[in-house]
Design a protein around this ligand. Structure first.
Ligand SMILES: Nc1ncnc2c1ncn2[C@@H]1O[C@H](COP(=O)(O)OP(=O)(O)O)[C@@H](O)[C@H]1O
Ligand SMILES: [Mg+2]
Length: 214
């Protein structure tokens, strides 16, 4: 746990489309508010005005021009640099919980495992931008892309990344699971195919342990 540099708790929620991240975040928000914790909910890419502008560039489909994987990676980190400087660091320094819908693990999973970019280059950017600030805990909601896409189907138009093929999301899922194996103390892998009550029960355990708020 990276408690030396901040007093708040930094929790990130990861997983492919449709596994239940937004649903989990609503549950977490309710739970923490009840426990009288000060929290900031945020998301990546995005989280600040400029970072949300970068998000639009990243996610808007463009029929005229494909986005190079390198561009995608660098924009993700540009958005993250803004998010770190203007939201995450100040909130943690003020002793708040920061709960983010995706963070740097998503770059290893999507741009690394998904797009096939060199993980060492991603690690270099990670070191530069995060400077060793690691989430206190990361919840990985894990389910097959088939299940995720079926759940996400009711949403409107798919964004640029959501339009990828199922094989892409298989690689992303594996990328996430590999990250989780490399850092088992930080990661909490939850089977997202379970009924929502069971998922929430597991999330509750993570929150109680992390915040000592049971
Ligand atoms: N454990 C679950 N069981 C059944 N449906 C779920 C579960 N978790 C989420 N859902 C539903 O699946 C859909 C996608 O969930 P959402 O939280 O938007 O996923 P994400 O933010 O990861 O894309 C929503 O309609 C949500 O209500
Ligand atoms: Mg969501």
């Amino acid at each position: 746990m990276d408690s030396k540099n901040h007093t708040g708790k930094f929790l990130t929620i990861e997983g492919i489309e449709g596994v239940g991240k937004s649903t989990a975040i609503k549950f977490i928000q309710n739970y923490l508010v009840h426990a009288k914790q000060e929290i900031v909910m945020t998301r990546e890419p995005g989280g600040t005005g400029i970072a949300e502008q970068i998000r639009k560039v990243l996610l808007t489909p463009n029929a005229e021009e494909t986005m190079a994987s390198e561009t995608e990676l660098l924009l993700m980190f540009a958005s993250r640099a803004q998010h770190m400087a203007h939201l995450i660091k100040p909130a943690l320094a003020a002793g708040k919980w920061v709960v983010s819908d995706r963070f740097v693990d998503a770059s290893y999973a999507y741009q690394g495992a998904g797009r096939g970019l060199d993980l060492k280059k991603i690690a270099t950017l990670d070191q530069w931008i995060e400077g060793g600030l690691v989430p206190d805990a990361t919840i990985l909601l894990d389910a097959s892309p088939e299940l995720g896409l079926a759940r996400a189907k009711s949403r409107g138009q798919r964004d640029r990344i959501e339009q990828e093929k199922i094989e892409f999301f298989e690689r992303v899922r594996e990328g996430y699971l590999t990250r989780a194996k490399q850092d088992p103390n930080r990661f909490h892998v939850i089977d997202a195919a379970q009924p929502l009550v069971a998922v929430n029960e597991e999330i509750k355990k993570v929150l109680d342990k992390l915040g000592n708020i049971a």
